[in-house]
Structure formats: C-alpha cells, structure tokens
Design a protein. Structure first.
Length: 297
C-alpha cells in the first residue's frame, strides 16, 4: 500500500527528533498512534525503517532513503497548498524567533541567512532577551513561535536538540592554570560573573554547587562587552562558549578546556501547540544544518 501523507510526516518527525517520544510531541499525536503508523508503513513496505536503540531510534539505510523521498513529497504538497495563498503570490510569511544575545551572534546569524535563502517566502524576525525566563514567557505568550536556547528549558515547552557546544575557561595572561583545567581549580579562582539574582548567575551558581567549588566573584556585570574587558584587564576568569570566546578575545587571553570537557546542549524550543509550516521548516533546517562544535584537542 502507498504510505499516507500522515505516515510520511510522522517518519520525518522521527528522523528530525531522534525518538518516538519527541516526534509525537512535535506533531501533536499520541506516542502510541505515531508508533503504530510507522510500524504499519514498515509492514506495507516490507522493510525496517527504524532501528531502536534504548530510548531513541536510528534510521536504517532503507529508512534514510524513504525519509529523503518523503521530504521531497511533503515539500511538493506544501508548495501545492501555497498556490492561491498570499505567500504563493509573492507575499511573505513572518516567523518570529527569540534567543539570547550570545546565540543571536552565533547560531541565528549562521542559520537564519541559510534558511531564508532556501525559503525566500519566509521573513524571520528576531527578538532577544538576556535571560531564559523572559524568553520562555515570550513563547508561552505566543509573541514568538520558536526559541534558540540552552537546554534544558521549562517542561511546558517542546524541545528539539541541535548541537553540543563546548564551554571553556578564559583567563587573563599569566593565570598559571593547566590546560585542560580540572573543575576543582575553580575553587577560590577570581571570576567575572553575571550579577547576583539574574538567571545566568543562578545557573552558574547551581553548576558550582554541583562541582563542589566556590569561585571568588571579582567583577559582577551583565554587559557582555564588560565581560571581555574584565578578563583582559586582569580582573578574573570567565566561563563562556569556546567559539564565542575565540571571536571576542582572539589572542588577548588564555583559553582552556575543562577536564572532563564541559558540553552544553543547544536546541529549539516552542510552546506545546501546533506549529506553522514555516516553523516546522526552520526546525528541520536547524537540525540538519547547525554548525558542529567539538572540544579542542
């Protein structure tokens, strides 16, 4: 039997999310219903499309081929649906994203231009918030449809993992720390930190508590430019993403990995409600085109 459009959408969702649970949440169907639909397609085609692994799934070679063909079919169906709509007549659909300044400088700048080049009928509008709390609230209030954000986030949201990014320690010259640096050496280390009470400071304090260390707050400020000048002026060390540090500091500071490497997941979050076609397309684009960030060797 020929697979239905719903079955094709479910299979593509599994490929994008890497799990039945995540796929079901992203297309707003029960996990059991999605699983039965994919199993029925496997029976009808006479091949295995998914290889189960613990809580996740991988595509088999046949599954990879079917997903590639399914994307072509679904793109064609969407294009047909656009005929007669404002977008199909040359108008623009607006997709609103919200993110933090750090991710706006990195992921959004890389992903959005490539996405709009592939989807010229979509105009992306970007909002920024310093903390994750107002960012999450903007999603829940419907002011933005998607967020690029550090994971995990509020359980009320659906999330799609994009990548792992390395977090490093950047210090003034002459810090006399090994590279990579053990977490225990953060204890008593003078540091440039966000101001007390902010979301980012709360997260960092929770991390320090888990590690059993107590750095010394040497310079407390929320302006990212002030973080850079604080390190360069010798006030203290800073914890930040490696790729951002390389751009912000260049050769003006010492950059060290942690041992073991400290990796932070980044993903797309959205409220648990049906997504527009533009939002679904952006999620698929981000999952397949996000830059790879690996710890330095």
């Amino acid at each position: 039997m020929t697979p239905t459009l719903a079955q094709l959408r479910y299979l593509v969702a599994v490929a994008d999310c890497g799990s039945i649970t995540g796929a079901a949440a992203s297309v707003f169907v029960a996990q059991s219903a999605l699983s039965r639909a994919v199993q029925a397609m496997e029976r009808d085609l006479g091949v295995e499309l998914l290889a189960r692994r613990g809580r996740g799934v991988d595509l088999t070679p046949e599954g990879t081929r079917v997903v590639r063909l399914a994307r072509t079919v679904l793109d064609a169906v969407d294009a047909i649906d656009d005929v007669g709509t404002p977008n199909g007549k040359g108008g623009l659909v607006t997709l609103t994203l919200v993110t933090t300044p750090t991710l706006a400088l990195d992921l959004a700048c890389e992903l959005v231009p490539a996405f709009t080049a592939r989807h010229p009928g979509v105009q992306v509008r970007l909002h920024q918030h310093d903390g994750r709390e107002p960012l999450v609230q903007e999603l829940l209030d419907g002011k933005s449809e998607l967020a690029l954000v550090d994971l995990p986030v509020d359980k009320e949201l659906s999330t799609h993992h994009i990548q792992e990014r390395e977090v490093v320690l950047v210090s003034p010259f002459g810090a006399r720390l090994p590279d990579p640096v053990p977490f225990r050496l953060l204890d008593g280390l003078p540091m440039v930190l966000p101001t007390p009470g902010t979301g980012r400071r709360t997260e960092m304090e929770a991390m320090f508590s888990c590690l059993g260390v107590r750095p010394v707050p040497a310079f407390e400020v929320d302006e990212r430019l002030a973080w850079v000048t604080g390190v360069i002026d010798g006030r203290g060390s800073l914890i930040w993403y490696r790729d951002v540090v390389l751009r912000a500091f260049g050769s003006r500071a010492e950059i060290r990995s942690f041992t073991p490497p400290l990796l932070r997941p980044v993903g797309i979050a959205h409220a648990r409600r049906p997504l527009t076609r533009a939002a679904r397309a952006f999620i698929a684009h981000a999952r397949h085109n996000a830059p790879v960030r690996e710890p330095a060797r």
